[in-house]
Design a protein around this ligand. Structure first.
Ligand code: NAP
Length: 506
């Protein structure tokens, strides 16, 4: 099916759509191929200068003005809803329903941030009043509030072409904070990026915001992203993507003459731990649920639960049988890009080639179509082979049979940082769960009981992050209202006269 939206392939820099001589083609799963202009460091520089200029206005807009701007972006995205779904499904191979749901989440995030900043609690305003008679020294009047940090660079992920991309959570939270944004478009969905950038552009015009508040530059070559994170006017980076890409850009941020924070949300294997009573009572039921979660979106979720840890024995064997039976009939699904499908095959080969790993379910991955794989190993082998703890992006499951609960604890202690860890438990497992929880708290940003980690609620209490390598900054989240903190900086105002204080403090 060909798309009705025909991208022009240009970059949006400070309100102008600009093309360059070189182009790169899109790689759609189906439908038309379009040409996109290759970005350049010169365009990055123009966008950064415009963002810095815009900051002097945008950073000082009222909270209500910014809230209206966010709501207008949401309206403009909704107004292009069908065209966004059409180009999004063509480029990514994700089904219509998924794109529609993700659009709902994207506009929901924008509206949530609008109400969050109207409320004002995020400013964390504090006031220690003056104590002029205090001995031995008087205390000055000190107020504190969070201020926006300046221009922010955003890199979206291939697997969320809307909710973690051009106008996704990073862009929404940075704009809400008062920071201009420069988005590096993702090469896996350049047309989807362009149409969403058009929606943001339309909202800028409608709301009379400064043009440099949002720029969108397609890649095509790595020097665009690299020059963006190295640009001296950029004050922070929001990144969602792979460990390799994230680490390379994080290192560039750290090497700058003025290092800046790099908020990278990276990969995770999201282990699930089965405690004995739950495994006995509900093993088969959980296995069926796991098969659904593991294969959702062809397993291309950073929260995909890739590892199940069970205690060896009859109940563990029954779980393995049920999981194999549940996964076997799952059909092939289209992966996001040829490169991701190839990386999936390589990951599968890496697991299959590791000593002590047994293949339970052999499937296929031809070109961009993948079916699930299932492997099993022992706790001993897992503990001896670090490679088994590395993410395979796709519908691949590994069941680890530990000898007993002590080995389960040992395995949990050996984990790298995770976005999520899940415990399956019944009432009789509470003692074991109490021992496991302190270990998991040190490993993951979110701990779940009796559920599956795919599906991240956008709310006040959500943490989507975790110790490295789940993220590069364990104090932050990229989902939920707390994500605004990444783009704010506390400032104390000592003895500043009321007439001079920022209006939010007055
Ligand atoms: P990716 O390949 O790292 O790409 C992300 C972005 O970074 C793209 O714009 C890419 O540019 C750019 N990039 C990557 N390496 C770069 C480098 N060395 N220099 C400059 N720019 C670079 O990630 P992806 O394929 O989109 O996403 C898949 C991965 O993301 C999975 O591992 C998944 O688990 C993870 N993920 C994490 C989360 C989370 O919240 N933690 C959410 C979703 C996905 P190009 O466009 O030119 O490739």
């Amino acid at each position: 099916m060909n798309t009705t939206f025909k991208p022009h392939g240009k970059h949006l820099v400070a309100g102008e759509w600009i093309g360059t001589d070189n182009t790169f083609p899109s790689e759609p799963a189906h439908g038309d191929v379009f040409q996109f202009s290759v970005g350049t460091p010169e365009l990055v520089d123009q966008a950064a200068q415009a963002a810095e200029d815009a900051f002097w206005t945008y950073g000082y807009t009222s909270r209500d003005e910014r809230a209206v701007f966010l709501e207008t972006i949401a309206e403009e995205i909704d107004a292009r809803g069908d065209a966004i779904t059409e180009i999004g499904t063509s480029e990514t191979g994700l089904p219509d329903g998924r794109l529609q749901g993700e659009r709902g989440r994207t506009v929901g995030q924008l509206r949530l941030f609008a109400s969050h900043i109207r409320d004002g609690a995020y400013l964390d305003r504090r006031h220690d009043g003056a104590l002029p008679d205090r001995q031995p020294l008087p205390r000055p009047d000190i107020r504190m509030m969070q201020r926006p940090i300046g221009p922010v660079a955003v890199f979206g992920a291939s697997n969320f072409p809307l909710a973690f991309s051009t106008a996704g959570g990073d862009t929404a939270s940075a704009l809400a904070a008062g920071c201009p944004v420069i988005v590096k478009g993702h090469s896996a969905h350049p047309g989807t990026g362009e149409i969403v950038a058009e929606a943001v552009h339309a909202a800028i015009e409608k709301c009379g915001m400064p043009k440099g508040v949002f720029s969108f530059i397609q890649g095509g070559k790595r020097d665009v992203g690299q020059s963006l994170v190295q640009h001296p006017l950029i004050k922070a980076v929001g990144f969602t993507g792979s460990l390799g890409g994230g680490r390379a850009l994080f290192d560039l941020c750290a090497q700058r003459p003025e290092p800046i924070p790099f908020f990278g949300e990276l990969g995770s294997v999201n282990p699930m731990f089965f405690l004995p009573d739950a495994l006995k009572a509900r093993g088969a039921e959980i296995a069926a649920g796991w098969a659904g979660s593991l294969t959702m979106g062809a397993g291309q979720f950073c929260t995909n639960p890739g590892i199940s840890v069970v205690i060896d024995g009859e109940d563990g064997d029954a779980f393995i049988e049920a999981a194999t039976n549940a996964l076997a009939p799952m059909g092939a699904q289209t992966m996001l890009t040829d490169g991701i499908a190839q990386a999936y095959r390589q990951g599968r080969d890496r697991i299959a080639g590791t000593a002590g790993v047994q293949e339970l379910l052999t499937s296929t991955c031809d070109l961009r179509n993948a079916t699930p794989y299932l492997f099993a190993t022992t706790g001993k082998e897992w503990l001896e082979n670090e490679v088994l703890g590395e993410e395979v992006f796709g519908p691949l499951g590994l069941i680890v049979k530990v000898a007993d609960f002590d080995e389960l604890l040992l395995l949990a202690k050996s984990l790298q940082g995770q976005l999520t860890c899940t415990v399956h438990m019944d009432a009789g497992d509470a003692d074991a769960a109490r021992k496991l929880l302190p270990v998991l708290e040190r490993k993951a940003g979110r701990i779940l009981a009796n559920g599956f980690p795919t599906g991240v609620e956008v709310c006040d209490a959500m943490v989507h992050g975790g110790p490295y390598p789940a993220s590069t900054n364990f104090g932050a989240t990229s989902v939920g209202t707390m994500s605004i903190r990444r783009f704010l900086r506390p400032v104390s105002y000592q003895n500043i006269p009321e007439a001079v204080l920022p209006s939010d403090l007055g």
